[in-house]
Design a protein around this ligand. Structure first.
Ligand code: LLP
Length: 418
């Protein structure tokens, strides 16, 4: 890819060579290509050209302020799932009128916070939440705009932990309850029904689950509108996958061409459309630079012990996820060995890659690729490890968007007790 590539055996992000960044900022270090993010967004914008559409970046994928600012400046809306995420998007300069609030467990305090901020829409996920939101809005003297997340019962053919549109999970409301629930919501004075939404899963690499979900959602739109409740927008969630290991998801513009053709055919092409992509906007734009601490030949396996760990890159431990691991400076003509690349954390689950052919020595730098999404955002302090630093690269400039977390940062909120 043009934005993350080797030049003279050295890995660059846009115009910046990674070894110098690692020397200056230390490791583990997340580095993001701004242009890659803008290109990914442009694919959606191309797909929606001439339509009334809003791309709401699902910030759970990467909620760092410097990343949010890129999308805010590019005109994006945001999909949030907590009061904390709301504070982040506002701090990054988001227009609250382009913010939607998803999630199965919104608290009353979060509802009040979002109403006061004037967000565009709550994506509600249960009958109980509808009643609570109505009560909160009435008590605040406001009306909450809502969309109901329906569960289209479509198999996205992805990892079970990240498939969300099937019957047996906690998300959304059942298809056959939808009309009754919409009628109830429309009768409440604190609510204004504005849309319908769904989200069927994540890291989806085929178009078919989207097409299937689209038909089911449109069937419901017809039924709900026949019951006298107009729906102003249709929100198809996020979920489009990226290339981790030769995966071939459809491009966002190609996918939306197909979906829009169906929308047009069924007469819904002029509706306001919302999407909530997360991973596909940032996932491949970022990588994590880590230093090899030790190589450890073993009887069954060779281990390459690096200074990044499951607290920095939790996806392999949590989902057995694959991330490519590449040398930052590639050795020419050396002998590769097969390694498990592991972190320093005291768990066997702390691995970043298994059975990787690498020609490495202690002190070398490796890049864990496709680490822009669900990595820093899911990082923890396990083993009292500070969170990594983050850099945003644009052209030949690298800007620090998060300094490395210090031990003082970690201890600040704690007390010894009595
Ligand atoms: N909208 C809703 C309501 C969601 O729940 C999600 C993600 C998105 C949008 C964005 O989905 P995306 O476009 O990023 O696939 N930590 C997991 C992924 C969890 C996804 C949760 N929901 C991973 O690392 O694979």
């Amino acid at each position: 890819h043009p934005h993350i590539a080797y030049r003279d055996n050295t890995l660059y992000v846009e115009g910046v060579a990674l070894p110098a960044l690692a020397r200056e900022h230390g490791t583990p270090l997340f580095v993001y290509s701004k242009q890659w993010m803008l290109d990914a967004l442009a694919a959606y914008q191309r797909g929606f050209e001439g339509r009334d559409a809003l791309v709401c970046y699902a910030i759970k994928a990467n909620s760092s302020l410097g990343i949010l600012r890129v999308f805010a400046e590019a005109g994006c809306g945001f999909d949030i799932v907590s009061g904390g995420e709301l504070a982040r998007v506002l701090a990054a300069g988001a227009d609250p009128a382009k913010v939607i609030f998803s999630g199965v467990g919104k608290t009353r305090a979060e509802m009040r916070q979002a109403l006061a901020a004037g967000i565009a829409c709550f994506n509600v996920e249960s009958e109980a939440e509808i009643d609570v939101l109505n009560a909160v809005a009435l008590a605040e003297g406001r009306r909450a705009a809502i969309s109901v997340r329906i569960n289209p019962n479509v198999d996205p053919k992805t990892h079970p932990y990240i498939s969300t549109g099937l019957k047996g999970n906690k998300f959304g409301i059942a298809h056959d309850r939808a009309v009754a629930i919409y009628q109830h919501a429309a009768s409440l004075a604190g609510l204004q029904v504005v849309g319908i939404d769904c989200h069927i899963g994540s890291q989806i690499t085929e178009a078919e689950p989207y097409l299937e979900a689209l038909e089911r959602v449109l069937d419901l739109v017809e039924a709900i509108e026949k019951a006298g409740i107009p729906l102003h927008h249709l929100d198809f969630g996020g979920g489009l996958g990226i290339d981790y290991n030769g995966d071939t998801p459809p491009a966002a513009d190609a996918l939306w061409q197909r979906l829009l053709a169906r929308l047009d055919a069924r007469g819904f092409g002029r509706r306001r459309l919302i999407v909530e992509p997360g991973r596909s906007l940032v996932g491949n734009a970022g990588l994590c630079v880590t230093e090899v601490l030790y190589t450890k030949p073993g009887e069954e396996k060779n281990f390459c012990i690096v200074d990044a760990a499951m607290n920095d890159l939790p996806r392999p431990a949590m989902y057995q996820a694959f991330h490519r691991i590449a040398p930052v400076v590639s050795r020419q003509g050396g002998q590769a060995l097969t390694y498990d690349v592991v972190g320093p954390v005291c768990e066997s689950g702390d691995w970043l890659g298994r059975d990787r052919a690498l020609d490495v020595q202690a002190g070398d730098l490796l890049a864990v690729l496709s680490a822009g999404a669900y990595s820093m955002a899911m990082a923890s302090n396990y083993n009292t490890r500070g969170r990594a630093a983050e850099l945003l690269v644009s052209g030949d400039r690298a800007t620090l968007i998060r300094r490395r977390e210090t031990i003082e940062d970690q201890l600040r909120s704690e007390r010894l007790g009595d």
